[in-house]
Design a protein around this ligand. Sequence first.
Ligand SMILES: NC(=O)c1ccc[n+]([C@@H]2O[C@H](COP(=O)([O-])OP(=O)(O)OC[C@H]3O[C@@H](n4cnc5c(N)ncnc54)[C@H](O)[C@@H]3O)[C@@H](O)[C@H]2O)c1
Length: 313
Amino acid sequence: MSNAPRTIAVVGTGVIGASWAAYYLARGFKVAASDPAEGAEGRLRAMIDEFWPALETIGLADGASRKNLTFSASIPDVVHEADFVQENGPERLEIKRSVLAEIETSLAQDTLIASSSSGLLISEVQEGMKHPERMVLGHPFNPPHLIPLVEVLGGRHTSLENVDKALAFYTEIGKKPIRINKEVPGHVANRLQTALWREMFHLVSTGVASVKDIDTAISQGPGLRWALLGPFLNLHASGGSGGITHVLEHLGPAMREWSRSLGEYPETDDYITTMAEGVEEELSGFDWTETLRERDELVIRLLDAKKDSPQIP
Ligand SMILES: NC(=O)c1ccc[n+]([C@@H]2O[C@H](COP(=O)([O-])OP(=O)(O)OC[C@H]3O[C@@H](n4cnc5c(N)ncnc54)[C@H](O)[C@@H]3O)[C@@H](O)[C@H]2O)c1
């Protein structure tokens, strides 16, 4: 990619696309956005306005402006001058494939396309593309304008060079991309979350602890450390001077026993009511909109504080 002002095409401007658009604008890019829904442009501009103060607090790149946004319902119109495409259409294989076919009608053949898909396999998404070698996964975490992680991988037909280019691009714009070496359902971060989700539903269903106490167990316990060091480094810290080797030799046998008693994901939907009642009880007396606002504010402060801690990976 050249040093000239670059244009990102954001295709699909719902929850994730709007947040990506705001992020790219804040990093100083021109954003050309497309979405076929009635009133999509107005909703996109309103969401960007809502996200902008947080992005200003984090710090805008030189030349960053909301005026650098253009919008068209026509995908070919927005991709023809794009230097990178971030695709955020509905999570349905046939829609992704038809959106990609439209993108390819006017996109330069070596321009990367990154899909935000939470769970589709890129190898399946890229079937039928004219230039599948430029198709990568660029899976963000909600909201992408705040959360640094992006999961990157290539499908069967993606060139390794393009996976490297996507990783370099996301790094350059201030994201924390990770490389996934093999396609697995749910990628990596959501699989890790699924392991926890499965067990928390099991613990509530079997009466071991309440929804509220399980939330406290994470948010006032290991969750505080997980935002700073990943679970491997926290294990390493638990081993004292012997590090992860010592802790696994010492506690590993017990952990293996605990793992044998972990629960399965509930087979039917009966558990949903119990979980929803637990959440309602936990939130009683709180203003949920304010809770989310305060959460995002704390995320920004935490990200800012982490910048001053060079020894935190
Ligand atoms: N919501 C999340 O937490 C989350 C997190 C990470 C990744 N994702 C992924 O991001 C993608 C978008 O999810 P979302 O939550 O923003 O969904 P969403 O429903 O909010 O947005 C999808 C948008 O796509 C638009 N659209 C419909 N048909 C289209 C077409 N033919 N061309 C272009 N746009 C079209 C819709 O009008 C809508 O605005 C999905 O692949 C999803 O898996 C979602």
